[in-house]
Structure formats: structure tokens, C-alpha cells
Write a protein that binds this ligand. Structure first.
Ligand SMILES: Nc1ncnc2c1ncn2[C@@H]1O[C@H](COP(=O)(O)OP(=O)(O)O)[C@@H](O)[C@H]1O
Ligand SMILES: [Mg+2]
Length: 287
């Protein structure tokens, strides 16, 4: 576990001196490439400890899932990463930079983007318009909305590519409000992808969905995760088992197990946490 918590650079590995120029190189070539790391992260609400000494390392290129019973602290942990909450103690490092004291907009600019939040959709605009606005926002052209026919058609081209990625190419003229639930989530993923996130955060992407939508969104996450890093909170064990490379299990604010599905799913503490989930839910309350 200790090895998870650090980036091994070439110099640390004893392969010659490594200066600023080569650190980027070492980061993409070493097997232990950690894009996001938390060190002893703690969040207290008036004495109630919602996140308790959490140290995790998310490897670049992986789909990393955070699971745990209700009230385990998953959403609070996400809110610490996106800076919507300030940690009581501990540190957050992104690509080796300490971002603990940064503001939400700063970490968003660094490429940490949470879906269903920064990229909220506009219900009464079409699917294509929604993606186009997300693209304009990320390229900084928002204030020159219809600047020229040329830039508009470039945006349309890129927007259509993104719609194809998420399987919405036949819905480009549909109003967002008229999409079925699973397709709404697909649109939200497209608008998030428009910002070209380096680390994509998904909080319960399949929550409240029926079977078919769960499968559709699961496959979509797997597809977009093929060349990106995703950290996701997920309740549905089938989803986690089929797409997550690494799973961290939270219980009462602490990581109780970490590893691939076959390892964590046979961990006695994890089994107990899940079988005792009703109890954990009750105890999770702070009031
Ligand atoms: N703003 C807050 N003030 C006080 N307690 C909170 C606040 N946010 C979350 N909590 C408590 O922290 C615990 C973890 O909540 P949360 O992170 O939402 O869990 P999860 O997402 O795993 O279900 C819960 O007991 C919750 O009641
Ligand atoms: Mg939650």
C-alpha cells in the first residue's frame, strides 16, 4: 500500500539525475504514475469526522472507484478534491503539485473536472447546443458567441464528434430536457469531455437508473476511460466489478481496503461493511 502513495521518479529509482525537464518524462514512463494523491485527508463537521485520514493514489489512465455504504464520506471526499470543501487536515497533490490551498476554479483549470457539476446542462437548448457551449467555455470563446461562421462550423464538427463518442449522434437536435435519463447522463459526459479533463470525477453516475441505462452508461464510462483517468463514486457493485481497475472501500470516513475487485470483494472487512450496511447507514448520521 505504501508504494501507492508516491510518484517514483527516475532519480528516486536511481536512474541518473532528474531535473525539471525530465520529470514530465519520468511521470509518463514510470509504472507508478500517480496523477492524484491525498495524504492523511481529514474533514470534520463540528467535531464529526466525515473523512478520516484518507490517503489514496489514483494512477494515470485508470478507472478508480470509490465505494462504501451510505454516509461513508464519499461525496465529502469528492468535495474536498474539487475544493468545494476545505480539508481540516491533510494534503491533496495533483501531478505532484500541492493543490490543497487552491480554489475550485484553479483546480478545474488544472484539469480536474467533476461531471454533473461544472458542466451542468441547459434543459431547453438542444443536445448539440449544449456541447457547443461547453466547447466554447473551455476554449474561452464564450464572449464572442457567434464570432464567425468558420469558428461556428469548427465547433459543430467537434461537438458532433463528442456526440458520437457518447452515442448521441442521432439526438443532436433534441432538447436536453426531452432526453431519457441515461441519455441525459451521456450528454453530461459529453459536455464534461468537451473541457478535456485530465482527471474526470463522477459521483454515482448510474444512480437512479434502470438496467438498460446502467449498462449503457457503464459501457460509456469504460469507453471514455480507455484513454483518460476517471475517479468515480459508485454504489452498484456490478458496475464497479466490470470497469474499475482499482477500488478503494470507504467506511465511516476511512479506507478499509484497496485493490482490484477480486481482492477487495473477498476482504472480510468489506463483506462485513456491506452486509452491515443498514447499520452503517444509521450510524453514518451525524445528528
Ligand atoms: N455539510 C455537512 N455538515 C455536517 N455533516 C455532513 C455534511 N456533509 C456530510 N456530512 C456527514 O458526513 C457523513 C458523510 O457524508 P457523505 O460524504 O455524503 O457520504 P456518502 O457520499 O458516502 O454517502 C454523513 O454522516 C453526513 O451526514
Ligand atoms: Mg454521496
Amino acid at each position: 500500500m505504501a508504494s501507492l502513495n508516491r510518484v517514483t521518479t527516475l532519480s528516486e529509482a536511481g536512474i541518473g539525475p532528474c531535473y525539471a525537464e525530465c520529470s514530465a518524462f519520468s511521470k509518463i514512463t514510470m509504472a507508478e504514475d500517480i496523477i492524484l494523491e491525498t495524504r492523511g485527508l481529514v474533514k470534520e463537521f463540528k467535531g464529526f469526522v466525515a473523512v478520516n485520514d484518507v490517503s489514496i493514489g489514483v494512477r494515470r489512465g485508470q478507472i478508480h472507484a470509490l465505494i462504501g455504504p451510505n454516509g461513508a464520506g464519499k461525496t465529502t471526499f469528492f468535495n474536498l478534491l474539487t475544493k468545494f470543501l476545505i480539508p481540516t487536515r491533510g494534503a491533496i497533490l495533483f501531478n505532484g503539485h500541492d493543490i490543497t490551498a487552491e480554489k475550485p476554479a484553479q483546480v478545474a483549470r488544472r484539469g480536474i473536472v467533476r461531471s454533473f457539476q461544472i458542466s451542468a446542462t441547459f434543459p431547453h437548448l438542444s443536445v448539440l447546443e449544449n456541447v457547443r457551449i461547453a466547447l466554447q467555455r473551455s476554449t474561452g470563446t464564450s464572449y464572442h458567441f457567434w464570432r464567425s461562421e468558420k469558428s461556428l462550423s469548427q465547433l459543430n464538427g467537434r461537438a458532433m464528434e463528442l456526440l458520437e463518442t457518447v452515442g448521441l449522434e442521432n439526438f443532436s437536435n433534441t432538447l436536453a430536457v426531452e432526453l431519457a435519463y441515461g441519455r441525459k447522463r451521456a450528454l453530461e459526459i459529453a459536455t464534461t469531455l468537451a473541457t478535456e479533463p485530465e482527471l474526470m470525477l463522477l459521483d454515482e453516475p448510474t444512480q437512479g437508473m434502470g438496467h438498460e441505462d446502467v449498462d449503457r452508461v457503464t459501457q460509456l464510462i469504460k469507453k471514455v476511460g480507455a484513454n483518460r483517468t476517471i475517479l468515480m463514486v459508485e454504489h452498484n457493485m456490478n458496475v464497479v466489478s466490470s470497469i474499475a481497475d482499482t477500488i478503494s472501500v470507504l467506511q465511516r470516513g476511512q479506507v478499509i481496503a484497496e485493490g482490484p475487485y477480486n481482492v477487495v470483494s473477498t476482504n472480510p472487512q468489506v463483506l462485513e461493511a456491506y452486509m452491515g450496511s443498514t447499520e452503517a447507514e444509521l450510524e453514518g448520521g451525524h445528528g
